[in-house]
Ligand binder design. Structure first.
Ligand code: ADP
Ligand code: MG
Length: 342
């Protein structure tokens, strides 16, 4: 029923200038659901903590009263649920599920734009909950007025309660976030290095986290301490990745040369052991370096199913865990791909 992630809590949400208003509003709502601001509408760019705050509200409400009916979903999940219920003649269940809640959290509400039947159904859900004094919390990447292709009556309801925005974090908040994360995860890293990261990564919090994770991973694989040079190395990789200097052809070519397997064979469905291995490695690296989707990778390899790709990638991950030499091999292949490309 809840669909909540118990890792997203108020006590691990770091507050700074950029998010203090949304944070305070969220806590107020969590402490008195349905009583203060209804709906609460949180908006801001990607990776700034909207989803984190929504789960934190849900978790906090449940902690205060485990009998509360709480449900979190994205607006796409709401839409899918609606479509399935319509198809399977289950609208009674759908309505009783959503309209009997004490707290409904819908993430990324901007995606109901242009979906008329979702908007119609959500309109009634909203009214029912609101009239019964039940709390609604919505998030979006932009303020209500800027969401195009949504009915006026919905936009105006989005504005009934409180609208709270989250901004990009300022330098102090970025340093605070990094220090707290390092402290929570027992990562040995000096203040100087943290400040260097916070200066360099000035976008969103997901980027900060992602880079910190990359740095920690690199240090642990190379069995080195985290210092400025290592951090610079990681950033250099990221810059290359972002500049798309590394592309899929490059990755396949390097793997093909390394294993001395022709690209044609790698793309084929041949099951010979060494061919299959080089194919799995290439799939793994496409995923690891470019974050390609499993189905996109399947497409590159002659239309293989995404589950096949998933298996290949986890096979390589498992082999790397179990065999240090193989892990070193893959790391050096990766270095080759990232360094040879210009
Ligand atoms: P959004 O939904 O706005 O795109 P998320 O809530 O998914 O962003 O946040 C991205 C990542 O950054 C998550 O791992 C989240 O825990 C983390 N994060 C965001 N804001 C904070 C914060 N103020 N304190 C701690 N972690 C945060
Ligand atoms: Mg989100």
């Amino acid at each position: 029923y809840y669909n909540l992630n118990d890792k997203y809590l108020f006590n691990n949400f770091i507050v700074g200038k950029s998010n203090e208003f949304a944070h305070a509003a969220s806590e107020a709502v969590a402490n008195a659901p349905g009583k203060v601001y209804n709906p609460l509408f949180i908006y801001g760019g990607v990776g700034l903590g909207k989803t984190h705050l929504m789960h934190a509200i849900g978790n906090s409400v449940l902690k205060n009263n485990s009998n509360k009916k709480v449900y979190y979903c994205s607006s796409e999940q709401f839409t899918n649920d609606l479509i399935n219920s319509l198809k399977n003649d289950k609208m009674m269940e759908f309505r009783s599920k959503y309209r009997k809640l004490d707290l409904l959290l819908i993430d990324d509400i901007q995606f109901i734009a242009g979906k008329d039947s979702t908007q119609e159904e959500f309109f009634h859900t909203f009214n029912e909950l609101h009239q019964a004094g039940k709390q609604i919390v919505l998030s979006s990447d932009r303020p209500p007025k800027e969401i195009d292709n949504v009915e006026k009556r919905l936009v105006s309801r989005f504005e009934w309660g409180l609208i709270a925005d989250i901004q990009q974090p300022d330098y102090e908040t970025r340093v605070a976030i990094l220090s707290k994360k390092a402290e929570m995860e027992n990562i040995k890293i000096s203040k100087e290095v943290l400040e260097f990261i916070a200066e360099t990564i000035n976008s969103n919090i997901r980027e900060l986290e992602g880079n910190l994770n990359r740095i920690v991973a690199k240090a642990s694989i190379l069995k080195k301490e985290i210092n400025i040079d290592l951090v610079k190395d990681v950033f250099y990789d990221v810059v290359k990745r972002n500049n798309k200097v590394v592309n899929k052809d490059k990755i396949i070519k390097v793997v093909s040369e390394y294993y001395e397997i022709s690209i044609e064979d790698m793309i084929s469905s041949k099951r010979k052991k060494d061919i299959a291995k080089s194919r799995q490695v290439a799939m793994y690296l496409l995923r690891d370096i470019l974050s390609e989707s499993f189905s996109a990778i399947g497409g590159i390899f002659g239309g293989k199913d995404h589950t096949t790709v998933m298996h290949s990638v986890s096979k390589i991950e498992k082999d790397m865990k179990e065999n240090k030499y193989f892990e070193k091999d893959i790391m050096s292949l990766k270095e080759k791909i990232l360094n040879n490309s210009n």
